[in-house]
Structure formats: C-alpha cells, structure tokens
Design a protein around this ligand. Structure first.
Ligand code: ZN
Length: 463
C-alpha cells in the first residue's frame, strides 16, 4: 500500500447538503449554542495505491475511494455526518416500492414470465426474468473507458445532476469511474472471474471476482445503465450508478440495488456496501430502505439501523454507549482499527444511549487532548504541522492522542519504530529516531488515521 501524506481538507461546498435549506448542521447539540454557523465539508484524504483486501479494511474504518483518492470525514467538524453502511439480502425487508420496481422491470424485459403465486412476491422472479429475457442483458467487464459509456455518463450528469456539459469531460469520467488504486492484476481479473459473474453460472461454485468492475446494462442492445462496483473480499461495494434518463420509468437505481443484493446472496459475498449514509440528505435516504447496519467509528461496531436510528436524527453525531455502564469522562474511546458486529460486541441486547455529547461536548476531554498534544510536542519531538496536513486534537474515529502518548510511555512506540518511505523513487526503511520533527509528526498522523500496524506495513510517500 503506497499512501501520500493525509491532508486535512475543508471546503465550503458539500455535495450532500448543498441545496439544503437547513442551517443546523452541528455534530452536537452543544455546538449549536457555542459556535457561529459555518457550513463546510471537512475530510481527511490521501492519494493511495492498494489491493482490494487493503481497501476492504479501509472501508471498514470509514474510508471511501473516489478514483485513487481515499477520504473519511471529520465527523465533529463536517456539516454532514457520513456513516459507512452495509447490508445483505436477509437484512433487507422488501418494501411495496421495491416490489413495484421489480414487477415493472420484469414486465418490461420478460412479459411472458409466469406470474408469482397469487398474493405472493418472489424475488427469484427477478433472476429468472433476466435469464429468460431476450431484450435485456448485462455484461460485467473491467472498469475501463469507452465512448459509449462516456456518452451515457455525460447525458446522466447533465440531465440528472445539472452539470454544465462543458465540465463533463472524458478525463473526468476516467478519473472518477475508471481510474482505480488497485493493482493491474486485480483491475483486469481473469476470464474465470468474469465467467463466474454470468447469470447462468450464479448458482454454481464459482471463482469469485475481486476487483473494480463495470456492469453494463443493455436493453435491445442499447447501453442504458452502468453500475460501477468494487468486488472486495468481504463484499460488493457500490461506487456509482449511471442511468439513461429516457428510462427513468424503470427506476434503475433502485433496481440495481436489489439486483446487486441478490447477486451478493447468490454468489456468497457477505455484504453489500452502499457507500456512505447521510441521514440529513434526502437523496441518500433511499439507502436505508435496503436495511442493514451502520458503522459507529468510535466504538468500531456495526449497529443495525433500528438500534441507533433515534440517535441519527438531525444528522447529529452518534457514539453508542450501554446504559448503566460508567464511562471515563476524560477520554475519547480507544481504537484498534478493526470493527466488529453488534452481536459480538458488549452492546448486544443492551439498552443504548448516545454518549457523543459526553465525549466531544466535554471541555475536560478537549483540554486533556490539548495537554497531550503539548507533551508529545515537548517530550517526544512531535511538533505542530502546517494547517494543510495538521490534524485537530480530536477527530472521532481515529486513534486519540492519549492513546499515542500511552504507546510512547509503554514502549509500544519508540524511536526504533520503522516505516517504509519512498525516497527519490526508491523504498527505504526509516526509524522514527532518525527523522526530523516534522517527519515524526507526519508519521504520527499516519498512525492516527490508519492505525499502528497498517502504518508499519505501508509505503509512505512524503511528497
Ligand atoms: Zn454537507
């Protein structure tokens, strides 16, 4: 994994709430009274190259990729709380709307398909209709450019997202939906992997595809939609979906979600990742209709929606706590960088409360973090960095400063800690003790956002 220095980026434009009339985008109720309002999107991001396995792990600590840029938001400072969301077929309760979309689609592509038993709904018919249809087919292929795909992309962006046609270029399409951080071998895949994705072989024991993929939808041999997906070891991640506005009546966005859920189920991928969930953004709410779980980054636990839904209201930050449990009121939660399922967590079957305010609305916790920063600066030569790459003392869901200090004090981290860095195009090993103060601070930032183990394994690009 080759990773550039994490940047701390704050932008006044936010794609999620841009059109929103709402002016209450605070993480905490207490911020509402103490800060002047300033709506902005705040992220930590790096340019990186990594394998699907590595991306899988990053995604499960809150990252998403856009091309080869990976980012996660600062849940305390950003206007919209972006939560990682995942689901699977058994967690998805098909709604009336889902059934309508499926029935309409089946009628379009395979009107002769025998009807379901009276008053029942059978998702299996969606699969059958695709097999039998003479009008509709999809093709899985490596994420690459073609003029046909670009034309559809442009039509979609201009019509649905009101992009200026001048701005929608071949280059932007390639950068956004073709360019990936994955190794060539995974991008290309092999014929066995793509054969395994053919509908007819879904029921067999297949070699699974791992890699970035375009699923192209054709109706009467015309390209009408493209689903951009990453096949990863723990599941299938939906990146983007483009559809031809002339076929709006088919609700292809919703349909593709259901189709992919069914595919995950049949092929044996555990999870379907729908990207980031923004409770506040009406455009994103459809994601919750697929059911599933959302990631509490601070506890590193996936919670079923119905357990934490009340805490998500108004787009506030939630950090789950178990009622009756006492929490150390001076510290942020410890982090290890590997989330677990709700059922395996201490929260299983406990009554939950939201402790976000106790931690991030608590002056003591903030002061403690500031004191720790000073100690790291003075005793361990970890100076402040310039604003572009400097991380705040508190960011929910990254390793807290007190934990870093604790590692220094207990010898988990010391001057012998070694990282691989890319210098003048060559990888070399460098110990913390041999670095300048600035480089040491940068390495500490890598550790805070990616974890100790990942940092020691990755290749760091300083420029
Ligand atoms: Zn926003």
């Amino acid at each position: 994994m080759l990773v550039s220095i994490p940047q701390y980026i704050s932008r006044s434009h936010c794609g999620y709430c841009d059109d929103s009339e709402k002016d209450d985008f605070y993480a905490l109720e207490s911020q509402l009274h103490s800060h002047p309002f300033e709506k902005k999107s705040v992220i930590i991001g790096s340019v990186a190259q990594f394998t699907c396995q590595e991306y899988d792990e990053l995604m499960n600590i809150g990252y998403r990729r856009s091309g080869d840029f990976i980012y996660k938001s600062d849940l305390l400072k950003t206007c919209c709380r972006l939560y990682t969301i995942r689901t699977c077929l058994s967690m998805c309760k098909l709604t009336k709307e889902h059934r309508k979309v499926i029935n309409r689609f089946i009628k379009e592509i395979c009107p002769d398909l025998p009807p379901a038993k009276k008053n029942t709904f059978d998702l299996e018919r969606l699969y059958e209709a695709q097999i039998q249809s003479t009008r509709f087919r999809t093709k899985f292929e490596p994420a690459g450019y073609s003029d046909e795909k670009f034309a559809l992309y442009k039509k979609y962006q201009v019509t649905i997202h009101n992009d200026d046609p001048e701005d929608v270029s071949e280059t932007s399409f390639e950068r956004f939906l073709c360019h990936t951080p994955f190794p060539e071998k995974e991008v290309k895949g092999d014929s066995d992997q793509f054969d395994g994705l053919k509908l007819e072989s879904w029921t067999e024991n297949n070699k699974l595809r791992i890699g970035p993929t375009h699923e192209c939808y054709y109706l009467d041999d015309k390209l009408i939609a493209i689903s951009v997906i990453d096949f990863l070891p723990s599941g299938v991640s939906s990146v983007y979906f483009i559809w031809d506005p002339d076929y709006a009546y088919l609700s292809l966005g919703t349909l593709s979600g259901l189709k992919e859920l069914q595919m995950c189920d049949k092929l044996g991928y555990d999870w379907y990742y729908l990207g980031l969930y923004v409770e506040d953004c009406p455009k994103m709410r459809y994601k919750q209709k697929f059911g599933g779980e959302i990631l509490d980054l601070c506890n590193e636990v996936y919670f079923p929606f119905d357990k934490v839904n009340p805490f998500l209201a108004n787009g506030r930050l939630f950090v789950a706590g178990a009622k009756g449990e006492t929490y150390d009121k001076e510290f942020e939660l410890e982090s290890n960088g590997y989330p677990i399922d709700y059922k395996d967590s201490i929260f299983n079957d406990r009554e939950l409360i939201n402790i976000a305010e106790d931690i991030y609305g608590n002056d003591k916790v903030l002061m403690e973090a500031q004191v720790v920063r000073k100690i790291l600066q003075e005793d361990f030569n970890i100076p402040e960095l310039d604003s572009q790459i400097s991380l705040p003392v508190q960011v929910p869901g990254i390793i807290p400063l007190w934990q870093i200090l604790d590692w220094f004090l207990t010898g988990v981290l010391d001057d012998n800690f070694t990282v691989k860095v890319l210098l003048r195009g060559r990888p070399m090993k460098l110990a913390l003790g041999d670095m300048t103060g600035e480089a040491r601070s940068i390495v500490i930032n890598f550790i805070r956002v990616f974890g100790l183990e990942r940092t020691s394994e990755m290749l760091i690009r300083f420029q």
